[in-house]
Design a protein around this ligand. Structure first.
Ligand code: GAR
Length: 200
């Protein structure tokens, strides 16, 4: 049966709270995307069990079981095709992807990053933001490109950094904003209201 909804698979590596936000949003009858599968490169990822409990197909693809990145990505691609994936959402997926995979899914792969890109790409975002003394932090949903944490931006949200904030306190405030904008950004892309023009 075709529902007209864009079949979206979510890639995770751990807790999966952004994945949960996407799954919850996709329950709405008029939401333009449906969740086809949740795939983790870490079999022990907490989010996998939650997704399975919701009745969503879950797949663990342990990257350590593959001799090369390319072999892992070939299996990942085959799995995505098996579930007739049209769009990928990376949600705390902490495995670098090679250019071959990224190009194959060009303009069909989103990521959420816990900073206002292009500020603070990479890891330890919140500690670096606190150390830098910025007054405003936030998060970004973007189409993926070869360079890590880069690509056309779909949505951003800003949150204040309070005096004396720890990295964990800031992370919690940013995460709540991620849960708001990722479902919104997926809806914009899945419905065709957001698309890439001149790499923006
Ligand atoms: C989120 O804060 C996400 O933005 C970040 O990992 C966390 C995953 O949490 N991703 C990155 O840093 C990618 N560069 P979650 O598993 O609860 O969604």
């Amino acid at each position: 049966m075709t529902t007209g909804k864009i079949r979206t698979s979510i890639l995770i590596s751990g807790r999966g709270s952004n994945m949960m936000a996407l799954v919850e949003a996709a329950r709405a009858p008029l939401y333009p995307a449906e969740i086809a599968a949740v795939i983790s490169n870490r079999p022990e990822a907490e989010g996998l069990k939650w997704a399975a409990d919701q009745g969503i197909p879950t797949i663990a693809l342990d990257h350590k079981q593959f001799a090369t990145r390319t072999a892992f990505e070939a299996k990942l691609h085959a799995t995505l095709m098996e579930y007739r994936t049209e769009l990928i959402c990376c949600a705390g997926f902490m495995r670098m992807l090679t250019g071959g995979f990224i190009e194959r899914w060009r303009d069909r792969q989103l990521n959420v990053h816990p900073s206002l890109l292009p500020a603070f790409p990479g890891l330890d975002t919140h500690a670096r933001a606190v150390d830098a003394g910025v007054r405003i932090a936030g998060c970004t949903v973007h189409f993926m490109r070869l360079e890590m944490d880069s690509g056309p931006i779909v949505a951003q949200a800003a949150v204040p950094v309070h005096s004396g904030d720890t990295a964990d306190e800031l992370a919690a405030r940013v995460l709540a904003a991620e849960h708001r904008i990722y479902p919104m950004a997926l809806a914009l892309v899945a419905s065709g209201r957001a698309r890439v023009v001149n790499e923006k």
